[in-house]
Design a protein around this ligand. Structure first.
Ligand SMILES: Cc1cc2nc3c(=O)[nH]c(=O)nc-3n(C[C@H](O)[C@H](O)[C@H](O)COP(=O)(O)OP(=O)(O)OC[C@H]3O[C@@H](n4cnc5c(N)ncnc54)[C@H](O)[C@@H]3O)c2cc1C
Length: 371
């Protein structure tokens, strides 16, 4: 059997699905193929934090992707709700940064303000207004009122439903795809189907490097495990995200609190460990002591697509006319997904992306041939 489409996307995480959504909205015919159910890997496992940005002053590739995405999230969420009937839980909840001492607060605030972000310095009394019951070890902090969040599983469901509504064909549980280079183009087949398409987009998260091996291209994307513990409390003791370095507490409107996250280089082992979860529970209690009495509802782990400089690889795959990649978003794939999808859609439709690709090219880090 032979089918054709304009664009074939391999990997239905938040990056692949958002790209499919944008392309389908422009009338492009899209197929998304995944080896399991779409939206069940890192994109499902994440905490859904959306830090603010200010596109006009964004000076780094990270700030550009963050801020251009941030500007889209509210409207994107409303659009998904309208198309799918599912609310992804988008809300501006604000974030308190704790653990910043003396000059560290001032220098962090200065940096945020230079980026044009709204932020306030907090003394102990102000900290307590945002987080009643905050551990007394914290005397100063900062507040970012524009910090937002979504609920990942709901967002993925809304996105998948909206994609289908726009005519995207989603093909799941295809675990034996063959990807073969034919000169400067690529062919994709499964045992029952030849996936004909003008353009191919590889968005397989932490697995993208493996997927590219048959093309003779080495993409340095590696899995970085993150574990999360989910707590339930009778009444939320705080409404905003609390961040300390790379760990955080994310309160959901229905009384759940996510405690995240570990950062472990353990290959493709997606499981919880005693050490990982006990570390997270101890962290939660060290921030808000009353969380020691919270119910532990469940724990999970996900594999972030890590890259050497923690930035994604976006653009055409060298040596091929019809292959593009969008992978390696590490800790920021959800927040950066709207702008990333815009870039990938523009590139595949031969338009110049509105956002600069400087620092994001798949060739910025040496990509020697595998063979
Ligand atoms: C614990 C944790 C917390 C996080 N918190 C946040 C956060 O608060 N904010 C934020 O922005 N980001 C966060 N992240 C990071 C974010 O989740 C990732 O950057 C993002 O989900 C990556 O999306 P993706 O689509 O590239 O990959 P994935 O969601 O992993 O999707 C890849 C897809 O490719 C498929 N696939 C793989 N191999 C193949 C193959 N051979 N053939 C077909 N399909 C294949 C998989 O089945 C999967 O569906 C967090 C991650 C974790 C683990």
């Amino acid at each position: 059997m032979q089918y054709g489409s304009d664009i074939l996307i391999i990997g239905g995480g938040v990056i692949g699905l958002t790209t499919a959504f944008q392309l389908a909205g422009q009338g492009v015919s899209v197929i998304v193929v995944d080896r399991q159910r779409v939206g069940t890997e890192a994109s499902w496992a994440g905490a859904g934090m959306l830090p603010p940005g200010h596109a006009a002053t964004a000076a780094t590739p990270e700030a550009r992707l963050r801020s251009c995405s941030y500007d889209l999230w509210e409207q994107f969420s409303a659009q998904l709700r309208e198309l799918s009937g599912i609310d992804n839980g988008y809300r501006k909840c604000g974030a308190v940064e704790v653990g910043l001492d003396g000059p560290a607060v001032d220098s962090q605030i200065k940096q945020w303000r230079a980026e044009g972000l709204d932020c306030d310095t907090l003394d102990r009394a102000a900290l307590e207004r945002y987080v009643p019951g905050l551990h007394t070890q914290f005397q100063r902090g900062a507040f970012l009122p524009e910090f937002a969040q979504v609920r990942n599983p709901r967002h993925l469901k809304a996105l998948t439903t909206a994609c289908q509504g726009l005519g995207v064909e989603i093909v799941e549980d295809v675990d034996s795809l063959t990807i073969r280079a034919q000169g400067r183009t690529v062919e994709v087949n499964s045992p029952s189907r030849r996936f004909g398409a003008d353009r191919l987009c590889l968005t397989a998260g932490a697995w993208t490097g493996q997927l590219m091996k048959p093309l003779g291209v080495k993409l340095p994307v590696a899995p970085v495990r993150g574990q999360i513990a989910q707590l339930r409390v009778g009444q939320l003791p705080f409404q905003c995200v609390i961040e300390l370095g790379r760990r955080y507490l994310v309160p959901r409107a229905d009384g759940l609190i996510l405690v995240g996250s570990t950062q472990e280089h353990v290959g493709f082992e997606k499981r919880n460990t005693t050490e990982g979860i006990s570390g997270l529970l101890g962290f939660a209690e060290s921030i808000v002591p009353e969380l020691g009495a919270a119910e532990v509802v469940r724990c999970w782990a996900g594999l972030r697509p890590g890259s050497p400089d923690e930035l994604p690889f976006l653009g055409p795959v060298p040596g091929y006319d019809n292959v593009f990649v969008g992978a390696g978003h590490f800790r920021s794939g959800l927040q950066m997904s709207p702008a990333t999808a815009g870039i990938l859609a523009d590139l595949m439709m031969d338009r110049t992306p509105a956002i600069s690709l400087d620092g994001l090219s798949p060739t910025r880090i040496t990509m020697p041939s595998v063979v």
